[in-house]
Design a protein around this ligand. Sequence first.
Ligand SMILES: *[C@@H]1O[C@H](CO)[C@@H](O)[C@H](O)[C@H]1NC(C)=O
Length: 513
Amino acid sequence: MPPSLLFLLLTLLLAGSGGAAAAGFDLEEATIDSIHRAFAAGELTSRGLVELYLRRIASLDPELHAIIELDPDGALAAADRADATALSSSGALPPLHGVPMLLKDNIAAAGALNATAGSLAMVGSRAARDAGVVERLRRAGAVLLGTASLSEWCNFRGPGIPAGWSPRGGQGRNPYVPWATTCSSSSGSAIAAAANMAAVTLGTETDGSIMCPSSYNSVVGIKPTVGLTSRSGVIIIAPRMDTVGPITRTVSDAVHVLEAIVGYDPRDEEATRMASKYIPECGYKQFLNIDGLRGKRLGILRKDFFLFPSGSVQEKVFSEHFDIMSKMGAILVDNLEIPSMNVINDVVQSGERALMLAEFKLSLNYYLSELASSHVRSLSDIIEFNKNHPFEERIAEFGQDYLLQSDATNGIGPTEERAILKLNKLCKRGLEKIMKDNQLDAVVAPGASAHSLLAIGGYPAITVPAGYDANGVPFAICFGGLKGSEPKLIEIAYSFEQGTKVRKPPSLQDPVI
Ligand SMILES: *[C@@H]1O[C@H](CO)[C@@H](O)[C@H](O)[C@H]1NC(C)=O
């Protein structure tokens, strides 16, 4: 049979079975580069890819609860537009051309998708326009599949609420070990990336919310320097600390997404203007350097961070990783200690909690005021809604203490000013000093253990899969640094990833494809 006829037959057969499958293209562990190669080779269309992901989500999500909303019509229409552009244009396509992605459910997009932070009070809220990062994603050619689940209000409803749970999303599940935590709060984004339910995802972090779920779900998370990515149109907790970043299966994919979303946004004026000086002229992909560990001075934060029992898998694996990193040319400065780490890790003592409570009310009320329509227009309205819907919200069980405490605050007053001064001092005498004294390019810590250290100063971090413990629960290595150090962190993280290749996809029951 002539090859063209065979191809025609295959196409017809596949069209009969939904038209989604694609010769030579593997959905599992697909990367932006592999997707673009398959597009260019004519093996795959963006529509076909959206259909593949929708089928995979339909098969896996009843178990994993990584998704809150899907917008199949919007996604297919965007995919068709991308496919038409590819056919009609001879020039370069945009960097995320036809790439299906999920947004954490606190990031607003104009159109069918609702951003609700997992709360039933927010159902029916319509954004007047795209969040700053979503505007950039659309310009870069990305296709929005839907919203990913999270811990309600980014884990800021109150203490004791299960990680990865929200009234709208239910309980997210770790795709590796069903009883293990998904961690908080960008849980759905991390689960979905891990289980190949989208090409790439976006999360947000105040203090640990990208790093921790990325670590527990064996995916790469970039928590950018605060202000590098706009927070306009995002339900955040605290402008001092909140940042939007990618959660993906590879460092390269995360960097592709980062490059697409960074930049000045007049709607998040001060922070994005300050941070835009850090953006390298030719973008971030140039730092995907396999030899990126060579000559880098890495400070290993032992005390307060490497808290594994001796003889544990983690202890053995990290020591192997450090050997590999040395062989790849890194200079390891071991046994570094951050002064006052007990204070930094105690959100009440450090002042972090006080600042978050005050800033949350201001940010949320501002976000709500910008909506085109909404049943709730203030934090007080949300608290009231919760009181009136105790059953749906499991309000009696979990309470809403942070919401109540936040509502009792009154802007940035003397208490908050004191908190800011204290946090600034902890930064200066903590990370800033240790980086300078030891001339470090980055600090290294396991998983999300350095989340507060990095949160309080708006510092960047990248987590990369590092291993699986005795029960198969994933853990990561984290590289953190001073503001604007993304280029170095990317070199280090990419080189580490390529030198170790730790990530394995989860073995899931009966995925349809
Ligand atoms: C967004 O919420 C409205 C209800 O307020 C609902 O009709 C619509 O289906 C939601 N969008 C999606 C994509 O689920």
